[in-house]
Design a protein around this ligand. Structure first.
Ligand SMILES: [Zn+2]
Length: 265
């Protein structure tokens, strides 16, 4: 009898061990942070986090669920811009994890700059961490908005996340608006299709033009948005445009967190 108990407890120990092992395949998770953005790319013990969501601790839940429990280091946090629905969770993240590198468009507010040092990134920069590549397409090295508006949505860091030796791609947009999208199209910086589009600005009608969608032709469009938010996001205009190009629409307000497994695609 004793032997059987020992055997059973060994089996359960092995079970627990395997359950806590890091994923052997890369995953990209659009965390459910309510109204805001936090997107985690994770492979074994390496992570890139795109934005940290609003100040509601939800980003921590996402990191806890998808990082190995012993891994308290995030290799890179990329902040698209300084709005609170994208950077509000910063205190919680830096209290709980060691962040090796912060990247931003260089226009974060003073309060944030006192907490972290971030390297400025712009068009043509490439951040390469384990299997993941993030190719920055926006903003350009010299911002083109009116002086004093450098920290606007328009200068959000945007780029293509991809995996080495894999065709899966995801366009990450922060809250960029149509004017920036137009420049990307006209200058032929963005002229190929992507697998997944992170819909800009939570589905605001001031972004995600039909013209851009016809170039990107995303199979899936993911909208990170809070339930019953006061902005009316996502707008019916953007939902309509996404339907027009036949993208499958996934929303965090309806489905909670959304997981992509690039290797299976
Ligand atoms: Zn936002």
């Amino acid at each position: 009898m004793k032997r059987l108990i020992l055997f059973l407890s060994l089996v359960s120990l092995i079970g627990i061990f395997y359950a806590t092992l890091p994923n052997t395949k890369p995953m990209v998770i659009v965390c459910d942070v309510g109204q805001g953005d936090a997107i985690l790319a994770t492979y074994k013990n390496t992570q890139i986090l795109f934005d940290v969501g609003p100040d509601n601790k939800k980003v921590l839940k996402c990191l806890e669920n998808h990082m190995p429990f012993w891994d308290k280091t995030i290799e890179a946090v990329i902040l698209s811009h300084g709005d609170s629905d994208h950077v509000g969770g910063l205190n919680d993240v830096i209290k709980t994890y060691k962040v090796n590198n912060f990247f931003s468009n260089g226009y974060l507010n003073k309060e944030i700059e006192q907490k972290i040092y971030s390297k400025k990134i712009s068009q043509n920069d490439l951040i390469s961490i384990s299997l993941f590549d993030f190719e920055v397409v926006w903003p350009p090295a010299y911002v083109e908005t009116t002086a004093g508006e450098e920290d606007s949505n328009e200068n959000s860091v945007a780029g293509i996340l991809s995996l080495k030796n894999n065709s899966w791609t995801m366009f990450l947009t922060g809250d960029m608006e149509m004017e920036a999208e137009q420049k990307l199209i006209w200058r032929e910086i963005l002229n190929k299709s992507v697998t997944v589009l992170k819909v800009s600005h939570h589905g605001s009608k001031t972004a995600t033009s039909q013209e851009l969608l016809e170039i990107l032709k995303p199979k899936t469009a993911v909208i990170s948005v809070g339930k019953n938010n006061r902005f009316g996001h996502p707008t019916k205009e953007v939902l309509e445009r996404l339907k027009n190009i036949g993208a499958e629409i996934k929303r965090t307000d309806e489905s909670g967190e959304i997981i992509f497994n690039p290797i299976e695609n």
